[in-house]
Structure formats: structure tokens, C-alpha cells
Design a protein around this ligand. Sequence first.
Ligand code: FE2
Length: 502
Amino acid sequence: MNLKGNEAFFSFPAMGYFFGEIMFDAKGVPYDLKIVDVNFSFKKLMGLQSKEIIGKSLLNMFSGFDCEFIEKVRISLSQNKIFQDFVYIPKYGKYVFITVVPKDEKFVLISFADMTEVIRYREKMLKLNKIQNTINKVNSVIINANNLEYLYQKICDTLSELDEIVLVFVALFPEKEKQSKIIAIGGQEDTKHYFLTDVKSLFDELGVLSDVVKKRKVVLVKNILENVNFKHYKDSILKIGVKSLLALPLIYEKGLKGALFLLSKNDNVFGDVNVINLIKTLTYDLAIGIEKVKLRKELMEKNKVLEKSIEDILKILSKFVEIKDPYTLGHQINVANLSEQIAIKMGLPENQVRTIRLGALVHDIGKIGVPIEILVKPGKLSEKEFELIKEHPIIGHNLLKDLIYPYNTLAEIALQHHERLNGTGYPNGLKGSDISLESRIIAVADVVEAMSSHRPYRPSLGIEKALDVITKGKGKLFDPEVVNACISLFKEDNFSFSKNLE
Ligand SMILES: [Fe+2]
């Protein structure tokens, strides 16, 4: 064979080269390449000596090459064209980029660029990137979580989506107890089941779980099957397909400590310091998230107490009106109950339903400012007396407007509860959607309650008559949707005003 003219290629230090002689079968079809010569870099790349390579078949020596590759060589030869390919050679763990140069009808020159480092680096970056993305997902869970159970479970579910991870769990260690308690677990159903029934007790026995917490250190088991602690439990461990383990201490609080465990199906998955650091960062974020959830929970409980106190104060305020005008005893509570149910029936959000209930509780608070003799006067009021009655929404508004937000919004409700859709209401003659939905609901509940209640100067007109009045006023005086919800409550849901006016 004539290598003349190719010495320069062969002496190029960074690139591996070999000359191959094409092997033909009886029909003249190429089926393999015989390695005729190699340069120093090629031997270095594969860790082989000349005598181990020269004269050998390419397909036998390097498992990454196959018949398909030989076919490509044949085409390249027949067209006298260079071709390039990317080949992984498993036996030598090498990723190589090759360029095949046809020399004549029997020989080819093949260059090998070792891409292994580049590929490994890319794989590592992809892996870190995936972990980072998962951590971002977990952080968004941490930001939005309102309860710890949800937080732990969501984190386990999210982390178990990572490649190579078969099981993720959070274990707590109540003080003075030997057994740990798994409070959240993520992974395949059968793996989780098998772990909880067969392997978890083994972990407790070995103290794997408690060690993490007591020492407050990251525990890394690169290869469980080779670890002396696990040597008697290989079968059980193999059954859940776990080969490596990473555990990080998680929670520090009185009498309760815990840890996050990640179990992988491959060995040495957590060996990379970057992976451990990323997951460590996650546990710091998680610790902050846990604190935040606790604070938020405490705050919500305090808010509930505050809200209850405010509702109680408003109830007391509403009773001032009833002390002054005992004929309307329980009116505001009844209106509050009905308005609340109408709002729920209409599918309004929880906050709005609550505002409507509170607004209804004090909608007539302005009556405190109306002379008592007018409030309790039996029979028809004179025009002048009615003008004074019509002041109560404005007085109510002035009383409530200085409350702190959001309770000052009740002032507007009190102001508008006698407004009517067609503008015939008072005090401002507002029309349609200029009247707030809250006030439109209370207006209907107010009329229904007032008509169906006994008054000293007249008997109850009855619920049927009350519903008849709002039906006739539907679309003219009253919001049609509110009227429909109110009628449906009485006709279909058997709503009735409570006798116990608490
Ligand atoms: Fe009123």
C-alpha cells in the first residue's frame, strides 16, 4: 500500500487517523475494513498498541461501527466523496466524529476527532439544567404553597420526575421515637408501595434516616450495593431498583426534625458536587418555604379571629338600630342570611359573599340618626317624615366610611341599598349597573324580609306575596339575576328565615 503523501495527516498530533483496506465478499460487495495503519494519536485515543490494531477487522475491533457504516463507505467510494459521521464506541467509552476520505478503489483514510469530553460536558450541563428547571418548579411550589402537606407532596412529585430518580420522600423524626415517619413520597406507585412496606423499616433499622438528621449532614451513598451497611439487604434494595442515595437534613424546629431523600436507579448519580450543591440550595429554599407556610397559616388564623371580632362588633352595631326600633328586631340578621345565600347561589367569590353578609348586617345602621317617633310610627308617614327616613342610607354611609379597608366598602352598600334599577330609588336615583351588585342583592333581600315579617301595625304579608313583588319588579326595580336566585332559594332550596336570630 502506498501511504506516500499522507504522512502529514498521520503526523498531525491531535487527530487520530487510520488507513483501512476495504474487504469484499465473493460478489464484490464491501463487508468490512481491515485496519492497515494507524497514527500515534489514534492509538492514544483508544489506548491500544499497533500490534493490537493492525490487520484487524474494523467491525470486530470497534463495536460502534456496523454494516450500515460499511455501506456508507461503499457509496462514498463509488461517488468519490468524503462523508462524515458521529459514532459511539461503547467498549472504549468514546464519542468520535469521523471523516471518511476515499483514497482509491480499495483504501480509505478515516480521521477520528475525540468528542467524548465535549459530549460528557454537554450531558452534564443538560443534567444540571434539568435539575435547575426542576428546582425552579419546586420554588414556584414553595412560593404558592399554603399548607405543609401540599408543599412536601408537591416537592416529592416534582423531584421524582427527574431522570434517574426512582423515589423521593420526606421523613420526619419525632424526638424520642426510633421510627421515622414518611410524610410525603413521590415515585412510581409500585416502587412507593414496596418501599413503604418492605424497605422503610430496613432504613430505620440501619439508622440511615436518623443519621442524616442527628448529624445534620448531607449523606451520600454512591453505590448502595457496594456499601457495607447495606450488604445484607441487597435483595430488598435491588427490588426497588435503587443504586444510590442522597439525603439532606431539612427541618429544624422544636422536637421535630426531618430530611429529604432522593433515591436513584443508577450508581453515582449524586457524585457531582454541582448536583449536590443545587439540591442543597433547594433544601435551603424549602426551609424558608416551610417557615413561610407556617407564618402564613398563623396569619390566616389571626385574620380569622380578627374577622370574627369585626363581625361581632357589626352585629352589636346592628342591634343598636333594633333597640331603637324594636319592630325590626332581627331584620338585619335575616337580610344578612338571605343576601349571603343569594350571593352563594349566584356563584360569587368567597370574599364578595362575606362583604355582602357584613354589608347586609349594617345596611340600616343609619336609622340610628332618624327620630324614634318616625321609626316606630304606625300607619302612613307624611311626605316630610318619609324625607327623614330617606336620610338613613346617607347617615349609614357617614358612619361606616371611616372604617379601615376593606370594611369601609360597607359604607357604599349602606348608601345604595334603597336604589332601584330604573332610577326611582333613593338617595341618589342611581340606575342599573351604577348600583353595586352587593347593594342590588341586599335590596332584594331587604324587601323580601320586610314584607314577610310581622310588624305591629300590620301582619306578615307572607313570603308568596313578597316573592310576587320582587318578580313583578324584576328588571325594572330589581336585578333579574338576583331575583331568580332569591326565588330559587325559597322554591327549590327550602330557604326560610331563622327564628334563632344569632
Ligand atoms: Fe333601609
